[in-house]
Design a protein around this ligand. Structure first.
Ligand code: ADP
Ligand code: MG
Length: 250
């Protein structure tokens, strides 16, 4: 579903991603861990067309990110084509970014109506189902300010799912939450994983990685230091940098 081969990304003189190689299979829960500033968010943003890679190949579902291939030649995607590709990718951020002037159900209905041209009634029907799925059937009419952080994050997940993505990117989805609210959000993610969604999850929740993850990559300073099955990497890290990081977060 995602393949990175020698992916590099710089911001001016700052070389952030220094040759990332990894592969995410369909239906896989792929966990990405690493210290702050190691390039995890930048990598997710490249996958989601929010940043352009400087070198290497990055593809999603067999298509090169940012390019269209035609008769063996590569053409840069136009804005409209980028938008079309991005519809297939859901992203959930640390900060929930809900539209503050819309209720929970309206937040979830918005993209299908605006982007896919779906009817209000169809969008509402799906939104209600999604609210039920994230355990918030009774909060449809609440505004974000009337929801806890954990509830807002679950609405944000439902909002991403409303576009029926084939890939979900989670960038530290529980890092901004009070500890007692983390579990409900992780439960929604577990449910999604059990349902077969392909997910890349940047997280410091090692319990989640161990329990739900199919693979785990430890990234530091823009390179993949170590990868493998989560239980393997977390239980028996091979590299000093991995050991040192894990000793701080476990
Ligand atoms: P992580 O998510 O692992 O904490 P990030 O990908 O957010 O790391 O950031 C990696 C580095 O890239 C940081 O040093 C950050 O300051 C830098 N960076 C990220 N985005 C930009 C940008 N748009 N312009 C300049 N530097 C950036
Ligand atoms: Mg980050």
């Amino acid at each position: 579903m995602v393949k990175a081969e020698g992916v590099h990304k710089s911001f001016g003189a700052a070389h952030i991603l220094k040759g990332i190689d990894l592969e995410v299979a369909p239906r896989e829960v792929f966990c990405l861990i690493g210290p702050s500033g190691s390039g995890k968010s930048t990598f997710l943003r490249c996958i989601n067309h929010l940043e352009k890679v400087n070198a290497g190949r990055l593809s999603v579902d067999g298509e090169l990110v940012g390019y269209r291939e035609h008769n063996g030649k590569l053409y840069e995607l136009r804005d409209r084509e980028v938008a079309a590709r991005r519809r297939d990718i859901g992203m959930v951020f640390q900060r929930f970014n809900l539209f503050p002037h819309m209720t929970a159900v309206e937040n979830i209905m918005e993209a299908p109506i605006q982007v896919k041209g779906e009817s209000k009634s169809a969008a509402r029907e799906r939104a209600v189902k999604l609210l039920d799925r994230v355990g918030l059937s009774d909060k449809a009419g609440n505004y974000p300010s009337q929801l806890s952080g954990g509830q807002q994050q679950r609405v944000a997940i439902a909002r991403a799912l409303a576009m029926e993505p084939k890939l979900m990117l989670f960038d530290e989805p529980t890092s901004a939450l009070d500890p007692e609210l983390v579990g409900d959000v992780l439960d929604v993610m577990k449910d999604l994983a059990a349902d077969g969604m392909t997910m890349i999850v940047v997280t410091h929740e090692m319990g989640f990685a161990r329990e739900v993850g199919d693979s785990l990559v430890f990234m530091d300073d823009g390179v993949v230091v170590e990868s493998g099955h989560p239980r393997e990497v977390l239980g028996n890290p091979q590299h000093e940098r991995t050991k040192s990081f894990l000793s701080k977060v476990l």
